[in-house]
Design a protein around this ligand. Structure first.
Ligand code: PRX
Length: 666
């Protein structure tokens, strides 16, 4: 069994900690043990297998945590040994980090995740990606060897343009293989990539370029800056856009690559050198928190979480439907899977094109074994019922994952019963751009699942729940989700603004990393994310989670999707304003409205009774499918000043909702 990254990490950590050897051995061993003739993870029929797996996870957990693969020390200051350097990260002093040894220049992410694999000849011809375009039939395959060659060629191109270690490079591209090539080429030469999701407006891109002081933009579109363009058709055809080709700043990818050598020496970096910057939206609509991740900790963490959370096996075909422009794509389309030598589907398309069976058609086409998507996609497909799913066999599927938002139990059940046919465990992975990788997550077939719960912390992660006064709550409780000690994948700073890092994540509750999410812990110790704290409502002095109300609404068979926001109320502080999208063929009327109100009252209690319910044939969403609650809040309050809505997928939805506002409480 090959575990290239773990081997490489070991090579550089072995002098620091002998326990690493035992952990690595356990991982190897674990693979062998969990490699019986049929490795299908069965929840029901293979209890023995699940039991064995759970025991092995326990052993790994003990080794990693008790002996400390990557963390040791007290809760005050934790040492992270991820790579050549030993770094002390201290949450008690606002996430301050200190590099404890000067064993520099031993890491190159690209080398570890691509070239180490090449040393095993068999990996050269392994497919790294099956790329599937939006149009069925638009497909291509790439092997690890081809990817390495293309990365080296492009790294040489970057060098020829004067890009050097530490320089920032902006990337603004759709889901094409060149996007991965560009990001890994940056890693190869120690440059810091800043990928901007291709759905963002030119203004948003500009803001991010300015903030990170990028010297180069790599794009498939057009922009006034020194840039390399990647024509998707012929150059002439492509450049008939709004911004004309400017030979003084524009360079053509294909022309540059044609003359470049496919050999490029890696640029060795320190473990704590920056790997990339990724901007998060922030809740104000003005984004610009440039999350900075560093080389070794991020690489180790994404590799380890990918391996364990998806139970990655050598013959798996893995598919994460996210866009690489978001953290999910960084961690679980590029770095994590590649570090494990995995084969993935790279999809640039819509789940409903050319029809609503597309996802399942792709699953059958490539025999996808591990499938990772967002609850919003599940709810979207659920609207069309089970028939489009059942048109395809999906026999290859073994593990299903979700990420990005709380999954309501109804969607979870549909995913489990219909998509996974009750045989695939669901890993509901909670994490953030800031955390780098999964922090609360089940381990498949080892953690008993509860629909809608991200279950327990990953190895090395220590969560806590705090009340408004910052006191830690014990046992079953609800409040602010925080983390007490760092793990290798945690962000190291906000690019160019460490003060903002301290203020955003450590000021509210000093000594803790504040996630900004609400969370409930039940009597069995399971963690349930209740939504962003900024989506929490305070009704008559009671904290209410919008996600909880939404879930109650969606449980009604007439409702396909719901979004709940707060509307100021003179007596109660806030009242509940609910937007509901109905299932196909259902008509909105007063009877239904009363039923929905009753349903929420019954599910949560009188305190959660909706004050307003609005029929919303569509909700305002970003191109990545996230509901823009900030816009809904404005609609609920009839405020027309919406701020930046450039990320909206369809802005006509907003006007429609304004016209049909509820003016009187139901
Ligand atoms: O509110 C949580 C929600 O998504 C937020 C992080 O968003 P972002 O940085 O864009 O990263 C998304 C992909 C990791 C969190 O603060 N979130 C993410 N995963 C879950 C979730 N909420 C509930 N359950 C999850 N599994």
């Amino acid at each position: 069994m090959s575990l290239p990254l773990f081997e490489s990490i070991l090579k550089i950590t072995v002098s620091c900690s002998l326990c690493c050897v035992s952990c690595w051995f356990l991982l190897q061993n674990w693979d062998t043990v969990s490699d019986p003739p049929s490795r299908t993870v069965m929840l029901r029929d293979k209890r023995d297998d699940a039991h064995l797996r759970a025991r092995l996870y326990l052993i790994i957990w003990r080794a990693w945590i008790s002996q400390g693969l990557w963390t040791r020390g007290t809760l005050d200051s934790c040492l992270i040994q991820a790579g050549a350097q030993c770094v002390k990260v201290c949450f008690k002093s606002g996430g301050k980090k200190e590099i404890l040894d000067d064993n520099l220049n031993h890491v190159d992410v690209c080398f570890f995740i691509l070239q180490m694999l090449m040393s095993e000849n068999k990996m050269m011809f392994v497919h790294v990606y099956f790329r599937e375009g939006n149009e069925p039939g638009d497909e291509l395959t790439v092997t690890y060897r081809e990817l390495l060659q293309r990365v080296c060629q492009f790294a040489n191109v970057l060098k020829s343009q004067g890009v050097k270690k530490g320089d920032r490079v902006s990337i603004y591209m759709p889901m094409v293989v060149e996007l991965v090539v560009a990001m890994l080429a940056c890693a190869r030469i120690g440059a810091v990539h800043s990928i901007v999701f291709a759905g963002f407006s030119a203004e948003s891109l500009c803001e991010r370029i300015m903030d990170s002081q990028c010297s180069l933009l790599i794009t498939a579109g057009q922009f006034h800056l020194r840039k390399i363009n990647l024509p998707r058709r012929s150059p002439q055809e492509h450049w008939e856009g709004a911004v004309p080709w400017n030979p003084e700043v524009d360079l053509c990818w294909h022309a540059l690559v044609r003359g470049a050598s496919d050999e490029c020496e890696p640029e060795w970096c320190g473990s704590e050198d920056p790997l990339f910057i990724l901007y998060t939206s922030g809740s104000t609509g003005k984004p610009k928190v440039g999350i900075l991740h560093t080389v070794s900790g991020y690489m180790l963490y994404t590799a380890a979480t990918f391996k364990l959370v998806f139970d990655y096996q050598l013959d798996d075909v893995y598919w994460c439907t996210a866009d690489i422009g978001w953290i999910t794509g960084h961690s679980y389309i590029t770095y994590g899977p590649l570090a494990n030598g995995a084969t993935s589907v790279l999809f640039e398309g819509l789940p409903t094109y050319p029809d609503v069976s597309r996802m399942w058609e792709i699953v059958d086409k490539y025999h996808v074994t591990k499938f990772y998507t967002a609850p919003t996609a599940i709810r979207l497909l659920m609207k069309y019922g089970s028939e489009p799913v059942q048109k395809y066999k999906r026999e290859s599927l073994k593990v299903l994952g979700t990420v990005g938002e709380p999954i309501n139990p109804e969607a979870w059940q549909w995913y489990y019963n219909v998509v996974g046919e009750r045989r695939c465990p669901i890993v509901d992975t909670f994490w953030q751009t800031e955390t780098g990788g999964h922090v609360l997550t089940p381990l498949p077939a080892a953690t008993p699942m509860k629909p809608g719960s991200a279950t327990f912390p990953f190895f090395g992660v220590v969560p806590a729940i705090l009340n408004e006064s910052g006191e830690e709550l014990e046992g079953p409780s609800e409040g602010y989700l925080v983390f007490k000690q760092p793990w290798p994948g945690v962000m190291r700073t906000v690019y160019g603004n460490h003060q903002r890092f301290e203020t955003t994540y450590f000021k509210k509750f000093p000594g803790y990393y504040v996630t900004g999410d609400g969370c409930r812990r039940d009597k069995d110790g399971y963690y349930w994310i209740t939504g962003r704290i900024d989506d929490m409502l305070n009704v008559s002095g009671h904290l209410l989670s919008t996600a909880e109300v939404e879930s109650a609404l969606v449980e009604h068979e007439a409702v396909a999707e719901a979004a709940v926001v707060g509307r100021p109320h003179p007596v109660k502080g806030e009242s509940l304003y609910c937007f509901v999208t109905l299932a196909d063929g259902v008509t909105y009327n007063r009877t239904l409205e009363a039923e929905l109100k009753k349903q929420v009252r019954e599910k949560i209690g009188a305190i959660a009774t909706p004050d307003y319910i609005q029929n919303a044939p569509a909700l305002p969403k970003t191109r990545s499918g996230k509901i823009m609650r900030r816009v809904l809040r404005k609609i609920a309050c009839d405020e027309r000043d919406l701020g930046d809505i450039s990320t909206l997928a369809d802005s006509s939805v907003v006007e429609q909702l304004f016209q049909n506002r509820c003016c009187t409480a139901v």
